[in-house]
Design a binder for this molecule. Structure first.
Ligand SMILES: NC(=O)c1ccc[n+]([C@@H]2O[C@H](COP(=O)([O-])OP(=O)(O)OC[C@H]3O[C@@H](n4cnc5c(N)ncnc54)[C@H](OP(=O)(O)O)[C@@H]3O)[C@@H](O)[C@H]2O)c1
Length: 282
């Protein structure tokens, strides 16, 4: 494949909404690397065959999104410890015909959040939502040393299952949504994270009082469309420090870019503005 530009892509179904080509395109242009980053929509039944075809074609790797993250981990020849802990991969790197799985969502979540944690890593946190994104958040929090996590979900059994599956180092207690709202009205928490799709454009907003929260609480909503969710507005009105979710999307792409194209890159204001404009967020 000598002489060909380095190639990578994002793979999903559907995929047309993905910002990954714009993010990687920004860094390719900035770094002057002669690479290409595309967008591939695979039929679910052909996922594995299509991925193996990309390996044959000399791609450096792919980012993987819904609904392929578990299948990506399953087909890889090896996987990093975080991907195995999360149980899903968002990045496949191809080298010498082998497929290596990684998960950079936990990294992206923490890179976005930690500058907002001026009091250091908190000893406990409340996580709302127990879907796919919560997996990376729960792993990142435990990996950073958060020792106690309340995990709230509309479907309590799903939170209970995730707590049992992912707890390694932290005590994770499952709650139903109403119990979590009561907890947040009664007890000051250092960190609250929404990973549920509530608050996303077209979904019901999270309307809750956060009565016990104040300036020592950091509230992060990983929903990024809209950027300012009702949860973040309530938190700001209570004096909490708030962190929106767009930085998670941008930061998770950095290790993938380095793996595909060989250069370290940063999230700069120009990139954020570009993605905000593309998505109509400003
Ligand atoms: N910032 C980023 O980079 C980033 C990355 C990944 C995801 N996200 C965002 O995170 C959100 C969740 O994504 P996901 O992949 O985890 O989705 P998912 O796997 O479909 O999980 C959805 C979660 O939201 C809960 N939920 C949905 N509707 C609800 C409602 N009306 N009331 C209460 N809970 C509700 C579900 O609860 P049940 O279990 O009860 O159904 C579940 O916990 C999305 O908005 C997505 O855009 C952001």
């Amino acid at each position: 494949m000598r002489g060909q530009p380095l190639r990578a892509a994002v793979v999903g179904h559907p995929i047309s909404h993905s910002q990954s080509p714009s993010i990687h395109g920004h860094w390719l242009e900035q770094s002057g690397i002669a690479g290409r980053y595309g967008l591939l929509d695979f039929e679910p039944e052909h996922f594995e065959r299509e991925i193996r075809a990309l390996v044959e074609q000399g791609y450096q790797g792919v980012n993987v999104t819904v609904p392929f993250k578990e299948a990506a981990l399953a087909l890889a020849d090896e996987a990093d410890a975080i991907a195995r802990w999360i149980g899903a991969a968002n990045t496949l790197v191809f080298s010498d015909g082998r497929i290596s799985a990684r998960n950079t969502d936990a990294y992206g979540f923490w890179e976005n959040l930690h500058p907002g944690l001026s009091d250091g890593v908190p000893d406990c946190a409340v996580v709302l939502g127990a879907g796919g994104a919560a997996r990376a958040v729960l792993v990142a929090l435990q990996d950073q040393g958060v020792g106690r996590i309340w995990l709230a979900n509309r479907t309590l059994s799903r939170a209970q299952g995730l707590a049992a599956e992912l707890a390694q180092g932290a005590q994770i207690e499952a709650l139903d949504w109403n119990a979590a709202e009561d907890l947040l009205d009664q007890e000051a928490m250092p960190l609250i994270i929404n990973t549920s799709s509530r608050g996303m454009k077209g979904e019901n907003p999270i309307i809750c009082g956060l009565a016990a929260q104040g300036p020592s609480t950091v509230v992060n909503d990983i929903v990024y469309n809209p950027l300012q969710t009702a949860l973040l507005e309530t938190a700001a009105a209570r004096g909490c420090r708030i962190v929106d979710g767009l930085g998670m999307l941008l930061h998770q792409a950095r290790p993938a870019f380095q793996a595909f194209f060989g250069a370290r890159v940063e999230v700069d204001p120009g990139l954020r503005q570009k993605v905000e404009r593309n998505m109509g967020l400003v």
